[in-house]
Design a protein. Sequence first.
Length: 302
Amino acid sequence: MRPTIGVILVNFNNEHYTLPCLESLTQVNYPNLDTIVVDNGSKPESVQAIRDAYPDVTLIDLGENRGFTGGNNAGIRRALDNGDDYIILLNNDTTVAPDMFDILIDVMEKDPSIGVTGPTIYYHDHPDMIWSIAGAIDWKHGRSSMIGLNETDNGQFGHSPREADFITGCALMVRREVWEKVGLLDDDFFIYYEETEWCVRAGRAGYKICYVPQAKMWHKISIEARAASPWAYYYMTRNRFLFLNKTRASIQSWLNVWFEYVRTYLSWTLKPKWQDRRALRPVMVRAIGDYYTGKLGETFKR
């Protein structure tokens, strides 16, 4: 019998994403899925739409918004209680290829030292353009980045698993024992950088983190969406400092990050070409201030 995979989706008033994602899961080849939807305090009609369409799917209604971290942690706990062998965090605005789970599990079953894997993730509206294949951490500059971002897939990443610094939480496949040894996501982050920090913990615990190019899925995200959002910018900024703290980054890393933000603030203030970014200046100041005053978790509403 194939290992059981606990598939965790978090819904927050966007059943229009969750329902197609669940539909794509019904089309997969893998025979042993334990699908769990965690609702982060959505309107009743959003929750009911999921219950009506997929009555056999486990639905955990938290009654409040606990963010990416809290929602997924509730799902992970349930999957662990269910005895699932592997657990994957899956963004609800995605569509998976029918063979994605088979490919990821085959890789992990062949090499017990691999604790974490992830697929190639493409833009849904640009099916051959990569959103992420994995993540890299530039410790010198305290910066993380997506490998393959906005590249057309011409096979440049090969066909074999390769190690990386982290796998995006959009599709994070993890062996059960890693969750048990390393712990769950850190709720201080709420959203963004949480999977990066968690993967650093997993790597330091001795597990390989690998991306698997032949496993594929598609993400309903626009190329410009996150960069234009004050909400996303706030959490990306505050949590970048939190990430440096949690991972015990070097003084050099801290200094380079501070230099980057001071330079960015001045550029947005003085250079006309950045005038459309000036509205983000108070967001930057608030985000950094909130980190240093210990305001963590959900501190910025949409």
